[in-house]
Structure formats: C-alpha cells, structure tokens
Design a protein around this ligand. Structure first.
Ligand code: GLN
Ligand code: ZN
Length: 772
C-alpha cells in the first residue's frame, strides 16, 4: 500500500510520557523527601533529570515535538489547581509557608488538615485530586511550573508543546468544596477561569511556545447542551485572544460526538483525536462535519492505554483516510503514555513469543514515528518495519497461548442459572445470621494490613534465592498470626488474614492463573507515588490449582472468629490488567469468573463462612458514554455472579468497591447480589450511604469510616459521627463498620490507633442504638 504524501509532512508526537523513570527514581526521591532523607533541591534535580531523559528518548526515537508540563510530582490535575490558584482555604497557610510541602499537604493531608478528594481519571486506573471550588473561588495565574518545564525542554534543544488540562475539563472534574452547597456547579466559574488561562497562554507564548495543548477529555463523555455551550464559549474566547500560542485541543478515551462540531468550528488551530477502540467512529464523524479545513489534526492511532503492538498497516489506512480532512495530519498515541509502562525491551523474563507482541511507551513512540514517516514519505521507506510488524501480528493470532479449547468449551456452556444464587436474599441473610452470630454494627477491615519493610524484604529475598520457600512461608505465617492477634485484641468481629502473601491484589492471582503474563518492570502510576505493575491478559484463562485456600485455612485455624476468604473479582482482574484486544472483554471476564468460581467453591469446602470478592474497579471501567453502559454492566455483573453464585445460603458473599461516586451504577451494585458491600465514603462524608438508601438498596452495607489514603488517624468521635450519619440512611441491622479500603499502604502505628478508634466508635454507637 502506498499513501499519497500529505500536504504538510506528518510529524510524530505524544501527549505525555511515564513520569517515574526506568527504576521508579521519582517515587524514591519523593518518598525520600517525605521522610526527610532527600532535600527539596535533590528532589527537583531528580525530577529535572527524568524529564531530560524522557525528552531525549522521545527525540532519539524521532518524535519532533515533545510534550512539557505533563510531568508531575504527584498529579497533573493538582498541578492545574496550583496553576489557576485554586488552593483550598484550609491549605493556604501551608502553601504560603512552603510551596512544595503545601503541595504535598493538598495531595496527602496532614494530621490536622484533610487532603483533596481523590478519584479515578475517566475510565483509567490513574487517580487525580479533585479540585474544590465554590462561588467565592478566586482564580489567579501561576504559570511557573509550565514555564520552567518548557524552558528546560527548549534549553535541551527540543521543540516543545506545553500540555495543560483544559479549562472546561478542569471545571467538569471539580467538585463543590466541602464548605459549599452541594449543588454548586463549578462550570459556572468558567468566566472567571478563562482570563487566568489567557494569562498562562500569554506567558507560555512569551516563553517560546509555538503550540500549547489543552486537554479536554471531559468532552468525550455525554455532555449537556449547557456544557457544550460552555466549551464553545471557552474556545471562542481563548481563540479570540491576540497574545497567544497556537492552540491544540486534545480529546481522548472515546469519540467526541456532539462536541466535535463545537470544536471543529472553534477558532483554534488544531485538534487531537483518538481513533482507537470505541473512538474509532471519530473517523466517520469527521467526515460528517466536513473535516477540519485549515487545522492541524493530531491523530491518535496507536492505543495509548494498552500494551499490544499496533497494526501498522491498519493505522496507515486510517491515517490515509484522514489526510483529506485537515491541513496537516500528525501521528500520536491515542492519549498520554502515562497509562503504559516505560519500556518493553527490558522484560527479559517474558516469553519471547509474547514479547514480540508488546509495545510500551518507548515502543509506541517508535510506532508513531514509523507511521508518520510512512505517511509523509510513502510506505516503501518503512517496508522493513511493516513486514516485521505483520509477522509479529500473525504469530499472535495463530499462537497456542491465545486459544485453550477446554476453557472455550466451558465458557460456551455457561447458563443463566449458573450465575444466580439459589436462595433469595432474605433467606440467605437469616441463614448467615444464624451461622455467624455477629453483633449489631459488626466491625471488619477490607483485607490487607500494612505491607511492612520486612515483608517486602522477605519477598525480595525469596526472589533472589536468599530465602527458601519454606522460610518465606514461615514469615508469612508469623505475619498472619500477628495480624489476627491484633484484630482479636482490638475487638474486630470479622477478621482478615491481612494478605501479606500478596504483592498486589491482581498480580497475585494473575501469577496463579494460566493465560496471564507478568512483567518485571512494567510499572504504571496509580496515584502519587503509588505504582502498580498490571499483568497482561495474553491468552485463555484457567486455574491450575487452588490459589488462596492454604493461607485462608491456616488463618482460620488460628482463631474462633470468622476469617474472610479474599479474592479479586473478574471485572477488577480485567480492569487492572492490560486486556486482550483480540476478543470481547465479556469473554475474557467469563473465563476469569469461571476460574474464580472454582476457588470460591474450594474456599467454601474448606469451611470459610465469609468470602469477599473485591470489585473496586467496577465503576472505573464503565464506558464514558451512556450508550455503552448496558452492555458493559451486563457482562460485568454476570461475571461477578458467575464467580460467586455457587455458594450455600449460609455462606456470606461480601464485595468491596473503592470509589465514592457510583450513582450511575447503583442498579449494577444491586444486580451483583452480594450479601454485604463495603465502599469508600470517609472523604465524601458518607454520601454513598444516602445514595444507596435513596435507591432502596436492600442488603448490608459498610460505608468506609476511615480514609486510608491519608496518614491521618481519625479519633473515635469523628468515626462515631460518621457512623451516626450512616445510621441516618441505613438501619443498624444492615450497617457494617470498616475502613474505606485495604490498609496495605499505611504504617502499623496509624493502623493500630485508627482501628482501635473505629472499634471504640462502633461500641459507642451500638450502645446508643440499644438505648433508643
Ligand atoms: N482486599 C483488598 C485490600 O484490602 C482491596 C483493595 C482495593 O479495594 N483496592 O487491599
Ligand atoms: Zn478499596
């Protein structure tokens, strides 16, 4: 295939790059700073070194315009709040005293001051800090970080394009500050915010930016007419500025839909659009609006969120059809490469057959360079790349790894009845009450206890052969005994074994399931300095042997109180992995569910009375547009039920989901038919309890009363007042007392005090209920 050459030569670019460095140097420097072991200067020097290396890597790959400002010490939305001066009143003193410490205080809180709320960035596993705004918010421009990073890139000899969160997305992601009426709409602040963006844009132009990118991913979700009008107004006004760089408005994660005509008409010089996955229909929609005459189109044809090599030939076809639509067509990944690991070439332990199918950030940068070259100069000049790509694609589609006939047959035989519990909830609840004999307002935790340095050392020693498996198991057993002893002594009712044997709740299972591939260095930022290594769903999934029964049985043998069996649900197993893109997700989810179903049965046979199947990711993978919800929720809830429905009436199924906003999936939460659900609620002041009550949720609920994302320890009064709020929505017979999420990221001293306070609060509120 030969493509006609573009009017203007195509360039390769990226919207953003992984921040952490090849060995997570950024995490180490920031955490060192928090502990007082690294100075602010040293932290800034590490960060600058990482930015320099990233730009250099991109330039060496052939990327002609590098992004700046996408880098962050914690989160780019928090950086935007700083840029527009939206520092909450409670953090102002800290920020004024020391900008860096104040920044981290907003992100993590301090003993006295709560942090900003954190939530998922669209349907990814990246978390951002939610801007807190109100009618009295006064914005003011602070372009220091953006300017400094641009200047840095330019001084290293690069052509650079600052990337900012756009004003509409910023406001749409914001929430009313806690002291403000809950129905306050941040978007009403647009007129106040635009002059601040105007100032930042002028500053960036003065600092040498030809182009500035404004990211508006919020425009790929369903938007009201008022919101679309706001977007139109924002870009009309920014476009009309005289002292400004060229504007590239970027969208990703889905199609622009009704926002496309708005942006196509806007007086901006370029649009970046996603043409992968559900966003592929952007291509037809572009034709529908008559293209983008006179504009630059940055075409996201390489999936920025997954790890599979691109189908270069197919992408060239897409790019060729886009050529007629714009003045100039540049090539990019669909979104920031923040969502994929840095470099597939360092994965020496991955089966080389699979290794050929993988592309991480570095490889994706090379792919967009190859595509831009092919588009500008003709496919002959990339013939070698094309033929290597096509043989790797063939090897994947014909590999034994990707097709297991036994798994396929079992999955095809699943019936609707397999995914339904045999007794209605009321019967189950009675049987469970009789078996478990729990007090009112039972206390429990979400599963993990602090992952101590000793545990990490033991794991590293095991890997390095310094510790044999028997020695490792002894350490795990000792840890389980300690965790159980603490819980008994603290007076917790339903215990957990603490998950010390698990490095990560998805990875642990992935390592025990056939069809999954693990990486050694494939770190991806989840939030702040927390990085995860998502495993890769490469082939058909099966369970060679029980995965959790041994430790669960051991834990139960140490105590007379019930110990929860603890599994990760099918939706989360997909959401926090890199999924197959060669079969529907519904099929992958069903395969995982069947493997978990066998584990649930084995746990039940081993005497486990309470089994928790965590689905913290159910909400975050909800398609951004409503027309995709029903299909997704259909397979998501079916797979949960398929994993859990085989149990007896008196076996209590718990689930846990960690997010505070789930209004749109409340019926799905009901559909999964779990006996008990625990949810994050502390930071959002128990709002979830009200929402569940309003929806008539009939089963038991544990809205979190301890925010585990912060080192802050709540006292018993604070927990008790959250519980009273919970009781206002949910009757005492159905209310559980638990933290927001697992405790693995916290330290023992905080956890000890917080859980003691939590139990004390439960005791107080129990007696208030009894006294009524
Ligand atoms: N059981 C898991 C834990 O406690 C749940 C974690 C999560 O929801 N993210 O760590
Ligand atoms: Zn959680």
């Amino acid at each position: 295939m030969t493509t006609k050459s573009a009017a203007a030569a195509s360039r390769a670019t990226v919207h953003g790059y992984p921040r952490q460095g090849p060995d997570r140097e950024l995490k180490k420097a920031i955490e060192g700073y928090w502990k007082g072991r690294v100075t602010a200067d040293a932290l800034h020097a590490t960060a600058a070194g990482l930015r320099r290396d990233n730009w250099q890597q991109l330039a060496e790959a052939g990327v002609r315009e590098v992004p700046t400002g996408d880098f962050s010490l914690y989160d780019h939305v928090l950086d935007t709040s700083v840029m527009v001066g939206a520092v909450p009143a409670r953090h102002r003193a800290a920020v004024e005293a020391d900008a860096l410490d104040g920044y981290f205080a907003m992100a993590r809180g301090t003993q006295d001051v709560a942090p900003l709320e954190m939530t998922k960035w669209f349907d990814t596993n990246y978390h951002y800090l939610v801007p807190e705004l109100g009618p009295d918010t006064v914005f003011s421009a602070d372009s220091a970080k953006q300017k400094a990073e641009l200047t840095e890139a330019v001084s290293h000899g690069h052509t650079a394009r600052p990337v900012l969160v756009g004003p509409v997305t910023y406001l749409l992601l914001a929430k009313p500050a806690p002291e403000v009426a809950a129905d306050f709409e941040p978007l009403t602040l647009l007129d106040r915010l635009l002059p601040v963006y105007a100032e930042v844009l002028a500053d960036l132009r003065a600092a040498g930016a030809e182009w500035v990118q404004l990211d508006e991913p919020a425009l790929v979700a369903d938007r009201s007419a008022a919101e679309l009008n706001a977007a139109a107004r924002a870009y009309r006004e920014l476009g009309a500025l005289t002292d400004r760089p060229k504007l590239l408005v970027a969208s990703y994660f889905d199609r622009l839909g009704e926002a496309l005509p708005v942006l196509a008409k806007a007086p901006v010089e370029g649009l970046a659009m996603d043409f992968t996955g559900p966003a592929a229909s952007n291509l037809d929609d572009l034709a529908g609006v008559g293209g983008l005459p006179g504009k630059r189109l940055v075409a996201g044809v390489v999936d920025g969120r997954n790890v599979w090599i691109n189908d270069l030939k197919k992408s060239l076809g897409t790019l060729a059809s886009l050529l007629g639509f714009a003045d100039r067509v540049d090539v990019a990944p669909s979104c920031s490469l923040l969502h994929v690991p840095l470099n597939a070439a360092v994965e020496r332990e991955v089966n080389p057959e699979v290794g050929r199918w993988l592309a991480f950030a570095r490889q994706k940068a090379e792919e967009v360079v190859t595509l831009a070259k092919g588009l500008s100069e003709g496919t002959e000049v990339i013939a070698g790349g094309l033929s290597a790509n096509s043989s790797a694609l063939t090897s994947r589609s014909s590999s034994q790894l990707t097709r297991d006939p036994v798994v396929r047959a079992r999955s095809q035989a699943v019936t609707d009845a397999d995914a339904r519990r045999s007794q209605p909830y009321q019967e189950r609840a009675a049987a469970q009450r009789a078996r478990l004999g729990l007090p009112l307002l039972p206390t429990t935790t979400i599963g993990s206890f602090p992952q101590t340095g000793e545990l990490r050392t033991a794991r590293a020693d095991l890997r390095a052969g310094r510790l044999d498996p028997k020695g490792y198991d002894e350490r795990i057993a000792a840890e389980i005994r300690d965790v159980l002893a603490f819980q008994e002594q603290a007076g917790i009712d339903v215990l957990v074994h603490g998950e010390p044997e698990r490095n990560d709740m998805v990875q642990y299972f992935a390592e025990r399931l056939d069809g999954y591939v693990a990486t050694q260095h494939g770190w991806v930022q989840s939030y702040g300095t927390r990085y995860v290594r998502p495993p890769i769903l490469a082939g058909d999934i099966s369970r060679p042997e029980p995965m959790t029964v041994g430790w669960t049985r051991y834990a139960q043998s140490q105590t007379s109180r019930p110990v929860k069996g603890m599994l990760t649900g099918p939706v989360t197993m997909l959401a926090w992995s890199f999924v197959r893109d060669d079969q529907p997700q519904a099929e992958t989810a069903r395969q995982v569910a069947l493997a978990l179903r066998d584990e649930v049965s084995d746990l039940e046979s081993a005497g486990t009375a309470v089994i928790q199947v965590d689905e913290p990711a159910l909400r975050e993978t909800l398609p951004l547009r409503a027309d995709g919800h029903a299909e997704y929720l259909g397979w998501a809830t079916e797979s949960f039920r398929l994993a859990t429905a085989s149990v007896r009436a008196d076996t209590q199924i718990h689930t846990h989901m960690c997010y505070a906003e789930f209004g749109d999936i409340i019926s799905a939460i009901n559909d999964i038919d779990a006996d008990v659900i625990s949810l994050e609620a502390a930071r959002s002041h128990m709002q979830v309890a009200d929402e569940l009550a309003a929806a008539g949720y009939p089963r038991e609920v544990g809205p979190g009363v301890y925010d585990i994302h912060s080192p802050r320890v709540p006292d018993a009064d604070e927990v008790a007042s959250l519980l009273r709020k919970g009781l206002a929505a949910i009757p005492a017979e159905r209310l559980w007392v638990n933290p927001d999420c697992g405790l693995k990221t916290r330290g023992w001293p905080e956890v000890r005090s917080a859980l003691e306070n939590l139990v004390a609060a439960a005791v107080t509120v129990r007696s208030e209920v009894a006294g009524r």
